[in-house]
Design a binder for this molecule. Structure first.
Ligand SMILES: Nc1nc2c(ncn2[C@@H]2O[C@H](COP(=O)(O)OP(=O)(O)OP(=O)(O)O)[C@@H](O)[C@H]2O)c(=O)[nH]1
Ligand SMILES: [Mg+2]
Length: 250
């Protein structure tokens, strides 16, 4: 309490003033630090991520995109990252990052890369997708449902078109994945039926009014392309670069 009876009162007033000033300065510093940390945590979205199941051709695509040649590859154990030069320039410098497809590794690497994702190329093996669609669809579903990737443009690159078992029509692959998504979203939303609406929504992709899932129900731009990086590597890399330029210059 302030005493106004002589010099002692003035000293107490001064102490109170400096204490309040100190608190105000601390408060402002705390706000500045929080803002700085937030700014740091928000990574620049400048990376094209190459994701997809094991052995589908991501590293082959990475080497075609960055060196112009398809180098021999082995199963990736860590990501590859390099600058991505497009044929048409856009107002942004880009990187490309190849995420290993191994189930034990991809979650961690994708998790730490998702916030920097500007666009995503999901590489699948066309020659096996119709008979083994569930894991291919599950992983794509995880990518599209992830918080950081929700509105990202995705190119589904249906590779290995040179293999005889690969369907030549992209519609067959789209339809198969959509059927799988319809089942996956039912199963996943049933799993969280006890949770509240907000949490359930995170696992349900697409329109709730539609019984069948369609990619057009998503906010993302999703395109599908067929390729054979083995037989037409240069054309495949060009197709990807053109898609990135088209998508990110809009
Ligand atoms: N037939 C055929 N084989 C291909 C094609 N593209 C890549 N491959 C082969 O598929 C194998 C796997 O290719 P990678 O590029 O290593 O696959 P990845 O997706 O990086 O695999 P992980 O790193 O294990 O996730 C290699 O032997 C490639 O030569 C293609 O278009 N057709
Ligand atoms: Mg690889």
């Amino acid at each position: 309490m302030t005493k106004m009876d002589g010099a002692g009162g003035v000293v107490e007033d001064d102490m109170m003033f400096f204490a309040l000033l100190g608190l105000a300065v601390l408060g402002i510093l705390a706000v500045v630090v929080v803002f700085l940390l937030r700014g740091k945590a928000k990574a620049k979205r400048d990376t094209v991520l190459l994701v997809g199941p094991l052995g589908t051709g991501k590293t082959t695509l990475f080497s075609l995109l960055t060196t112009g040649q398809a180098m021999p590859t082995q199963t990736s154990l860590k990501p590859n990252e390099a600058a991505l030069e497009l044929d048409t320039s856009i107002n942004q410098s880009l990187k490309v990052k190849d995420i290993p497809g191994h189930e034990r590794l991809r979650g961690t690497y994708l998790g730490e890369s998702a916030a920097s994702c500007a666009a995503c190329v999901y590489v699948l093996d066309s020659s096996t997708v119709l008979r083994g669609a569930r894991p291919v669809a599950e992983f794509l579903y995880d990518v599209l449902a992830s918080k950081d990737m929700k509105a990202m443009p995705v190119l589904v690159l249906c590779n290995k078109q040179d293999v005889v078992t690969a369907p030549r029509k992209v519609e067959r692959i789209v339809q198969k994945l959509q059927n799988e998504f319809t089942q996956i979203r039912q199963t996943r939303s049933a799993d969280v039926a006890g949770l509240d609406e907000a949490e359930g929504a995170a696992v349900f992709l697409g329109s709730k009014d539609a019984e069948e899932f369609e990619f057009s129900q998503l906010p993302n731009r999703i395109d599908f392309e067929l390729t054979s990086l083995k037989d037409q590597g240069e054309a495949g890399a060009k197709l990807v670069k053109d898609w990135v330029a088209r998508t990110l210059s809009k």
